[in-house]
Design a binder for this molecule. Structure first.
Ligand code: VGL
Ligand code: ZN
Length: 197
């Protein structure tokens, strides 16, 4: 059984959004077309409370894209984005959300960011997605969405570490590419055994 995992195709990651990823909206039609080919479709939604610890605005003297040491490791500080209930946190209006079997939210813990669909950024706290996929008999996952070098990357690597067979369709992803993050993500996914299509 094979699941399509659609990562964070939300307004704030599309052009004119708060954390716009170049070309983020170009992948929506292709993702919609892919949905019918899978046994399960799962969407993730970045879903932060206002004042989230990953926002630069939550820390005196910090600017977006600065780094900060958190108890769980290094964290990029982002512009405020995907605040729960806002239009920026909503899915892109053209994304066929009605076809999703499951929508899983992440990043709701004020103190920890969550790039991966499987674990928060402490790499320990589960989101519950692993159990959902296993109990549905899923062994294989194809990952698409935003952003390739952050949430797609962490989700794909965690899925591979958990023993799923994983492919990333890079034509249906777009990257932020911050300080070499895309090259690092590509190397990390390859090392983890993720097939990069
Ligand atoms: C993401 C940065 C912050 C992503 C989410 O979806 O890749 N990136 N929050
Ligand atoms: Zn976020």
């Amino acid at each position: 059984m094979h699941a399509l995992l659609v990562i964070d195709v939300q307004n704030d990651f599309c052009p004119s959004g708060a954390l716009a990823v170049a070309g983020g909206d170009e992948i929506v039609t292709g993702i919609n077309a892919l949905m019918a080919d899978f046994d399960a479709v799962v969407l993730t939604q970045d879903w932060h409370p206002a004042g989230h610890s990953s926002f630069a605005s939550s820390h005196d003297g910090k600017a977006p894209y600065d780094m900060m040491k958190m108890p769980y490791g290094d964290q990029v500080l982002w512009p405020d984005h995907c605040v729960q209930g806002t239009d920026g946190a909503a899915f892109h209006p053209m994304l066929e959300t009605d076809r999703a079997d499951l929508i899983i939210r992440k990043g709701y813990n004020p103190a920890i960011d969550s790039y991966s669909a499987f674990f928060e950024n402490d790499h320990k706290t589960p989101t519950g997605l692993e159990g959902y996929l296993r109990t549905r008999g899923i062994t294989e996952v194809t990952v698409v969405g935003l952003a390739l070098d952050f949430c797609v990357n962490f989700s794909a690597v965690d899925a591979a570490k958990l023993g799923f067979k994983v492919a990333v369709r890079r034509d249906l992803c777009r990257a932020i590419d911050l300080n070499g993050s895309l090259a690092e993500a590509t190397a990390g996914m390859t090392a983890a055994g993720v097939a990069l299509d």
